[in-house]
Design a protein around this ligand. Structure first.
Ligand SMILES: Cc1cc2nc3c(=O)[nH]c(=O)nc-3n(C[C@H](O)[C@H](O)[C@H](O)COP(=O)(O)OP(=O)(O)OC[C@H]3O[C@@H](n4cnc5c(N)ncnc54)[C@H](O)[C@@H]3O)c2cc1C
Length: 263
């Protein structure tokens, strides 16, 4: 089973800053971590490898410092890693990111199973997984809380829904995005961390992926983040005390007054 796990290096802080000129996220010098959902994706990839056999390769698109995230992932037991880094990739929106990742997976000779996290905690769009599956024209199952293999060699996925979950059968090759409920990530092993320090990590750029400059990065992006700002605080807040029925009556009264005032 050829398993690929896409991980994103994200700022450890929610206080993301944009470069006022390029409108791209300032990443240099900001403490970065592996996107939390991707640690669950990596753990699930390693568990599938242990049950089905095969290899786990971790893939990330990012600035040169993203190599740290890959070395950390190797420390958990991934077999190999590839860094996609090129100035041409900077400022990529979700489509350009997915296209670049698809180019790398093609260069790796494809995959049977691709795992991503539900979403990244900085961009928060949850778009790269489904877009990557669409570009590669493979099956996709989102928000997986359980992944298993049936006798027909198909993958059964329990997907977390707002009110419960559903179960789907997925044909391989497939891409699965995971939620935190799916597993408990293991601790990195000392042996694997030692190997991770020395493991060669290829760095692929635009030329290596055979993509056009206008397909990737800011040039290949349909969207651009022009401003990131906290939502303005709205009006004053009040704290009410009382029994539930008193509070409900009071709230109902207030809503009626407000709706009258609005007309
Ligand atoms: C505040 C902010 C808002 C943004 N809003 C938008 C927007 O509305 N539309 C838009 O197109 N772009 C947006 N972007 C840009 C977007 O963050 C980048 O395109 C990013 O590379 C991917 O999108 P995401 O962070 O939302 O990831 P998501 O789609 O949430 O990530 C889902 C999963 O895809 C994988 N993945 C994501 N990025 C990478 C990567 N670089 N390398 C490897 N695997 C990866 C991971 O497994 C991750 O868990 C925004 C960026 C910021 C900082």
């Amino acid at each position: 089973m050829k398993i690929i796990v896409c991980i994103k290096q994200v700022p450890e802080t929610q206080d993301v800053r944009l470069d006022p000129v390029t409108h791209t996220l300032k990443r240099e010098g900001i403490k970065s971590i592996i996107n939390p959902f991707d640690l669950y994706a990596l753990e699930e990839g390693l568990r599938v490898k242990e049950s089905q056999g095969g290899t786990v390769t971790v893939l990330t698109m990012g600035p040169p410092q993203a190599e740290d995230a890959l070395r950390e992932a190797l420390g958990f037991g991934a077999d190999g890693a590839v860094l996609l880094s090129d100035r041409a990739f900077a400022g990529a929106d979700t489509w350009a990111t997915a296209l670049t990742l698809a180019g790398a997976i093609k260069k790796l000779g494809g995959a049977d199973l691709i795992f991503t996290g539900k979403q990244a905690i900085d961009g928060d769009t949850a778009q790269v997984g489904p877009m990557l599956a669409a570009i590669m024209n493979i099956s996709f199952a989102s928000w997986a809380r359980k992944v298993s293999f049936n006798a027909a060699g198909k993958v059964e996925v329990e997907r977390l829904l707002d009110h419960g979950y559903d179960a789907v059968e997925v044909e391989l090759p497939a891409l699965i995005s995971v939620v935190k409920e799916i597993n408990e990530p293991r601790l990195p092993s000392f042996k694997a961390k030692l190997r991770a320090k020395k493991e060669p990590i290829p760095v692929w750029g635009l030329a290596d992926l055979g993509l056009n400059p206008e397909e990737v990065g800011l040039a290949g992006s349909f969207t651009q983040v022009v401003k990131v700002f906290p939502p303005p605080a709205r009006g004053t807040s009040e704290t009410w005390e009382g029994s539930p029925s008193d509070l409900a009556a009071r709230l109902w009264q207030r809503l009626r007054e407000m709706s009258k005032a609005a007309v």
